[in-house]
Design a protein around this ligand. Structure first.
Ligand code: CMP
Length: 140
């Protein structure tokens, strides 16, 4: 299995509850390595651009409001089959459906305030990493 990269966001519901370390510990325990990380306040423009594929969805406005409601931690994660590994440890989008041991089962408050985002494909991982990081900010 190849070592690849994925993109992660620790969302405002988690930073608000001081769970940055707890979430990161679960990522690391799953075999992923944090090779870039920064805490930022996302702007409305950034959130709208990042979630552009969801623009037509009924929850788009609420999603943008939520993602700009407090600090987030954007990260690049590296490991074997990183996209799938990260999605496995995140758990289902809706915490009501998330399996035991996953980040969303442990910490998420709702389908919106679900503590973490993770890329859904290698191609989107590259796009999402480029959205927030310069190459020199990633140190593997
Ligand atoms: P994320 O992986 O960050 O990508 C899009 C986000 O939209 C998703 O996680 C959810 O947190 C959020 N969201 C809010 N409401 C819904 C919904 N009804 N269905 C799917 N996603 C939703």
């Amino acid at each position: 299995m190849a070592v690849t990269r994925t993109f992660s966001i620790i969302k405002p519901d988690a930073t608000r509850r001081n769970l940055t370390g707890a979430v990161t510990a679960k990522l690391e325990e799953s075999g992923l390595r944090v090779v870039a990380s920064k805490r930022i306040q996302m702007t409305k423009e950034q959130a709208e651009g990042f979630y552009g594929v969801h623009r037509e969805r009924p929850f788009f406005g609420d999603l943008v409001s939520f993602m700009t409601s407090g600090p987030v931690v954007v990260q690049v994660l590296e490991g074997e089959d990183a996209v799938k590994r990260n999605r496995d440890v995140m758990g289902a989008t809706n915490p009501a459906d998330a399996a035991e041991g996953t980040i969303r089962k442990a910490f998420a408050e709702s389908i919106e305030a679900n503590s973490v985002h993770g890329s859904d494909s290698d191609e989107n991982a590259r796009i999402e990493i480029d959205f927030f990081f310069k190459p020199e900010e990633i140190v593997g």
